[in-house]
Design a binder for this molecule. Structure first.
Ligand SMILES: [Zn+2]
Length: 273
């Protein structure tokens, strides 16, 4: 808990900078998805809206995900689901980042749609170790390992698919409230000298179920747990398996102590295989 708290101000500043500069270098995720109510789809499935110029690389990344049982299960949860529309887009503006947004529910209260946007360079770029302990572990700098960009891209895709799965079990009302009130929280925070003990902010926290950073980091860490499961299967026979999993363990125990339980057991025991 202590470590996470220690990073609280920088985390909030990070979120604040993303709100102010949405296209800034840190473009990994959209933090506050939009929510809308739509008709129940009857012809759902996965709609891949990939510009022709990106198609070849997209197919390579997707094949990497589908090369594992875990990745196939993630994919098939939507591929054959007529009642859910998953749109996958690719955008040069997202670069090395990715995001999941446009959450849709129908009038009966079922979660029926989401959009994943992948950057055109997600086979490059490692997000910070504090909130992305798994994706970050693939940066093999200062080691002799060469970890393929395809694996990195597929791990990012697995991470995003987890955001969709998380929304399916979340409350629409709560996500909607968070998306609406977090900008309000941020605006007060910016004007009050960054005082998180401000009574209005404390009230907002109660209403949305935590501080913005707590809400956001919890979503990110769940997606990282998913990404770790994909990675565990994909690289189990690779020479760098222990290099990666020891780095995940180091990242999680250094920066995400409060969430260590989620990452068990792979990220806890030192890897010695
Ligand atoms: Zn994420």
């Amino acid at each position: 808990m202590r470590m996470v708290r220690r990073f609280f101000p920088s985390g909030l500043v990070l979120i604040v900078s993303c709100l102010i500069f949405p296209s800034a270098a840190y473009s990994y995720d959209l933090f506050f998805p939009t929510v809308s109510i739509v008709e129940t789809p009857r012809d759902g499935g996965i709609r891949e809206e990939i510009p022709k110029k990106y198609l070849a690389r997209y197919e390579r990344w997707k094949a990497e995900l589908l090369s594992t049982d875990f990745g196939r299960q993630q994919w098939e949860a939507y591929a054959h689901n007529n009642g859910f529309v998953l749109i996958i887009k690719m955008s040069g503006a997202k670069g090395k980042g990715a995001g999941t947004d446009n959450f849709e529910w129908d009038r009966q209260g079922s979660f029926v749609g989401a959009t994943i946007t992948l950057g055109d360079k997600i086979d490059n770029g490692y997000p910070n170790p504090i909130y992305y302990p798994v994706l970050n572990s693939l940066s093999a700098d200062q080691s002799s390992y060469l970890i393929s960009g395809r694996i990195l891209a597929a791990t990012k895709l697995s991470h995003e698919l987890s955001h969709v799965a998380q929304a399916a079990t979340a409350s629409r009302e709560l996500i909607e409230k968070q998306s609406k009130l977090i900008p309000e929280y941020t605006s007060i925070f910016l004007k009050n000298g960054h005082n998180t003990r401000d009574q209005k902010l404390v009230e907002l926290e109660e209403e949305i179920g935590g501080t913005p950073i707590e809400i956001w980091e919890s979503r990110e860490y769940w997606s990282e747990v998913t990404a770790m499961k994909f990675l565990s299967e994909r690289i189990k026979d690779e020479s760098y398996y222990c290099f990666v999993f020891n780095k995940i363990r180091s990242n999680v125990t250094t920066y995400a102590r409060e969430y260590v339980d989620r990452f068990e057991p792979a990220a806890i025991a030192p890897c010695g295989k």
